[in-house]
Design a protein around this ligand. Structure first.
Ligand SMILES: *[C@@H]1O[C@H](CO)[C@@H](O)[C@H](O)[C@H]1NC(C)=O
Length: 577
């Protein structure tokens, strides 16, 4: 039964537009889809195109566009324009419809022009933008562009370039009749079909010296940190090896006598932390997020997914569903090692933690979107689809992973015995407090990626199309190494201060990068964007919180993994029993 659902969802996710293969016969119909309108400065605040009193052309509506899940979540809302365009058929200026400007319609247009509305359309999956109108400050009049001039470049039987020019502005007065017209000119173009998206990319922005420089910088940091970690490991381990090899009893006793620091807590380091269910769930989710991130980035590099509407999101959702066993494997395994008994509860929490969190945020933002009647409002069917994916794919897959994880990695095998009574944690310097360590621990990882964060934000908020996924892969790896190294160093500090609560501390140390990213997003909002209004602001801060948390969970997992290996390695040399 669930196999069928699974297949359905795969189809649902993978089916693309029913627009053909991008090849046209002469005079074959070319569809002009209208998408959304919205304020120029609020890229996510979009409304259906016909929420403004534009009119459609006389051509009868063809089938409604079948949008994918990802497109719906992104607020793609394609509707047929009714405008007649045929492949390589030139049209001189042709009127396609007219609007009687009643008072309400007048006010709608005036509102749109005041707020710098622009609209978006698609021809053959190529996006086109145009502004609605202009405000003339001299006589405080509002002007509307009524003529659309399309210049379409074709290369043999394919469309490779589209330009839109707005012309013939008319001064708006209530009661007037506005005639909308268009014209189409076809031009031979030598742009290869594969390269037609290149004009939307901005190499000058993404391949700026600063970008390369920051990667280089982060790389230096990685080398430095790896150096420090190997020094710590060598220091702690060499002494022990030397000691045990010599078998010098006197020496050993002297060493044990004035021993202080991390060795003192050997009876407590492997004590299960409080809230182990939650730790295991976060850890499993983090592993899954990392797997999805890695796979999606690699896919995007190979498949240039950024050129297709919603396909990046579709891929991410699909990957998240099928990587659910990863979550169960690592989360369930860790829970078993921590001695947890209620493993089914842990599995359900672990499986639904991230989807639940994402859905809650989206649900909240959706309320506002519905209130605004924005195109971003998520349809009921999409919500059902998401819930179905959670129940029929994520949960069963997670169960398989959990069973495997418990069977294969569920044995604790700790190198040291756990004392019956917890050791009191001594008074210590302020800088070895777990909270301080956590907060400072995020600084270096954030420093290593914040330039990239700027580029990602700029494209995430739709000012540019992000396409340098090679950079992103590199930054992902740098972030991984930096987070692991920093957490190992801070764990070492913590244990030396005879504080054995390293599990949560190491997770939090890694995760604190999310805090910095969120703080940075405030800076970005106020200094780099001109967003305004309740809808856009909620949208921005809501999704930024989501992004920061997800990154935080992922980096927390990196941190915990690193610290876990480190602790196991150093305590496996402690043979005091
Ligand atoms: C579109 O505009 C660009 C830049 O102005 C120009 O290079 C290109 O040839 C135009 N394409 C068509 C089909 O007119």
């Amino acid at each position: 039964m669930w196999l069928q659902t699974f297949l359905c969802v795969i189809l649902f996710v993978l089916i693309r537009s029913d627009e053909h293969d991008h090849q046209y016969e002469p005079n074959e119909e070319v569809v002009l889809w209208v998408n959304t309108v919205g304020p120029y400065h609020n890229r996510q605040e979009t409304y259906p195109y016909f929420s403004l009193p534009f009119c459609a052309g006389p051509k009868p509506s063809i089938n409604h566009y079948h949008e994918t899940l990802g497109e719906n979540l992104l607020g793609v809302e394609l509707e047929f324009s009714g405008v007649n365009i045929a492949f390589r058929g030139d049209y001189t200026k042709t009127e396609y419809c007219s609007v009687d400007l009643t008072k309400e319609k007048y006010e709608l247009f005036v509102y749109a022009i005041k707020n710098h509305y622009w609209y978006q359309m698609y021809i053959d999956d190529l996006p086109i933008w145009g502004v609605v109108g202009e405000y003339d400050e001299k006589d405080e009049s509002f002007w509307l562009w009524t003529h659309k001039k399309f210049e379409i470049g074709f290369n043999e039987d394919r469309i490779v370039d589209v330009n839109l020019t707005s012309e013939a502005k008319v001064k708006l007065t209530p009661g007037m009749n506005i005639k909308f017209s268009y014209e189409v000119n076809w031009k031979k173009s030598s742009i290869p079909f594969e390269d037609r998206f290149e004009k939307y990319l901005d190499p000058g922005f993404f391949q700026h010296r600063i970008h390369w420089f920051s990667i280089f910088n982060s790389f230096m940091m990685v080398i430095f940190l790896v150096g420090i970690v190997s020094m710590i490991l060598m220091r702690t381990l060499r002494k022990d090896y030397a000691r045990y090899n010599e078998k010098d009893i006197d020496d050993l006793e002297r060493d044990l006598g004035d021993e202080y620091g991390w060795k003192q807590v050997h009876g407590d380091v492997f004590r299960s932390p409080p809230f182990s269910t939650f730790l295991a769930s976060l850890f499993g989710s983090g592993c899954q997020i990392a797997a999805v991130a890695l796979v999606v980035v690699v896919f995007t590099i190979v498949g240039e997914l950024y050129t297709e509407r919603g396909s990046l999101l579709n891929t991410a959702i699909f990957m998240y569903a099928v990587t659910a066993p990863v979550n169960g494997f690592f989360g369930g395994g860790l829970y078993a090692r921590l001695g947890g008994k209620l493993w089914i509860r842990q599995m359900v929490i672990g499986a639904l933690l991230v989807p639940g969190f994402v859905s809650l945020t989206a649900f909240f933002i959706n309320f506002i979107a519905i209130y605004y009647q924005a195109a971003k409002a998520i349809h009921f069917t999409s919500m059902l689809a998401i819930i179905a994916i959670c129940i029929f794919i994520i949960l069963p897959c997670n169960l398989i992973g959990t069973l495997l994880g418990r069977a294969l990695t569920g044995q604790a095998n700790y190198p040291c015995r756990i004392n019956a009574v917890p050791r009191p944690i001594p008074e210590k310097k302020w800088y070895t407090d777990p909270l301080v360590i956590t907060v400072f621990g995020g600084l270096l990882p954030f420093g290593s990626i914040f330039i990239e964060v700027y580029f990602v934000f700029t494209s995430f908020w739709a000012y540019k199309i992000y396409y340098v996924y090679g950079f992103m892969l590199l930054v992902f790896l740098i972030l991984l190494v930096v987070t692991v190294c920093v957490t190992i160093v801070t764990t070492y500090f913590l244990l030396n201060a005879e504080d054995y609560r390293w599990q949560w501390t190491s997770f939090a140390t890694g995760a604190s990068i999310g805090l910095y990213i969120y703080m940075y997003s405030f800076y970005y909002y106020f200094f780099k964007t001109k967003m305004y209004g309740l809808f856009q602001t909620t949208f921005y801060f809501g999704y930024m919180a989501l992004l920061s948390s997800i990154l935080g969970i992922m980096c927390g997992t990196f941190g915990y993994t690193g610290a876990n290996y480190f602790v196991r390695i150093i305590y496996s040399t402690v043979k005091i029993d």
